[in-house]
Ligand binder design. Structure first.
Ligand code: URA
Length: 339
């Protein structure tokens, strides 16, 4: 249709009327003049019905132009804040309560409440499952150390499997691998951190100054050293007695777990943070873990202070003794010669 025909000019004049009405409404509603530049006005004039339709689509149909009671300068509806992709674990923020006439503003990513989350189960080297917090290194997969058949390996088999171990860099500085010593059927096992200089020289755990104190503690509990079993998280001496590193712990851990599975003691005493945190897969500080019974693979586990720490902080011996007394109660032991 030609724009000079009567239909076209009627149409255009109706459109301009609509625009005028709309501008007036805008002015009234927003308290300011809506700016339409000259170019847009010209385009509006030239384009005929198709632009009118577009105008209606974006601004509302002019026929349905706002009545005087039309909402005045309403603020735009609240927008959901964008949630960054990577949130630290446990991040939470409150869910906004639903407003009248508005949907609930549910955050884009909200972790489910802790109680709604299934517990994390991780396979152990020994093929069992425990509920466990995340760990730094994944547990070693495959058959448990020393397993040649479906049966639980003995300590001798585990030792043979360990062999001349080269699984981590601690092997480069060791003189002797310190596997463990004591009664293979012990009801009580002590787990330390790792060999020191004397242990490295002799190939026997806890034979230095800390070992002397541990031997006294064992005596005070009414046992002889040979009655119990003693081993460490890592079997080779960390150079300069530094802390064992996560990869070193991860390399040795299956052997420690296999040792405990072979012995099946009634109680494990975890000496210090490395033993307690490794066995429990719990990064809680030893000061908070100690003195509280835990369960390790169905075995009762008591975390307590490491004897080397007790040598540096003798005032803490009282707490360690309380922990050992709790162990004695469970095992039905009477005190021996007190350290
Ligand atoms: N400290 C340990 O943790 N283990 C030992 O064998 C000796 C000292």
């Amino acid at each position: 249709m030609n724009e000079n025909t009567p239909d076209a000019s009627q149409d255009l004049s109706a459109l301009l009327d609509d625009v005028r009405r709309h501008l007036l409404w805008q002015e009234e509603a927003a308290g300011r003049v809506l700016m339409i530049d000259a170019k847009a006005a010209l385009e509006l004039q030239r384009s005929g019905p198709s632009l009118r339709e577009r105008f209606a689509r974006t601004h509302g149909a002019p026929d349905a132009a706002p009545a005087p009671q039309a909402p005045r300068a309403e603020p735009p509806p609240p927008r959901m804040p964008t949630v960054p992709e990577a949130r630290p674990a446990g991040w939470e923020r409150p869910v906004a309560a639903p407003q009248a006439g508005q949907g609930a503003t549910v955050p884009a990513r909200m972790p489910p409440p802790a109680e709604a989350r299934p517990p994390v189960s991780r396979p152990l080297a020994a093929g069992m499952l425990v509920d466990a917090p995340p760990r730094q290194s994944p547990p070693t997969s495959g058959p448990p150390p020393g397993a040649s058949s479906g049966e639980r390996p003995t300590l001798d088999e585990i030792r043979r499997d360990l062999g001349d171990c080269r699984r981590c860099k601690l092997c480069t500085g060791r003189k002797n691998l310190v596997f463990g010593s004591g009664n293979p059927r012990a009801e009580l096992v002590f787990v330390g951190e790792g060999p020191g200089e004397n242990e490295d020289l002799q190939g026997v755990p806890f034979v230095g100054a800390a070992g002397e104190l541990l031997t006294k503690m064992i005596g005070a509990m009414g046992y002889r050293r040979d009655d119990v079993y003693i081993c460490n998280v890592v079997k080779c001496r960390p150079p300069g007695n530094r802390n064992p590193e996560p990869e070193e712990i991860a390399a040795c851990e299956p052997f420690l777990r296999a040792q405990l599975a072979a012995i099946q003691p009634k109680v494990v005493v975890a000496l210090g943070k490395f033993a307690a945190q490794t066995l429990l897969r719990d990064s809680t500080a030893i000061t908070r873990l100690r003195g509280n019974w835990r369960t390790y693979e169905g075995i009762q586990l008591m975390p307590t202070f490491h004897p080397a720490y007790l040598l540096r902080s003798p005032a803490e011996k009282r707490k360690a003794w309380e922990d050992l007394q709790a162990v004695m109660k469970v095992l039905g032991k009477q005190p021996g010669s007190r350290a």
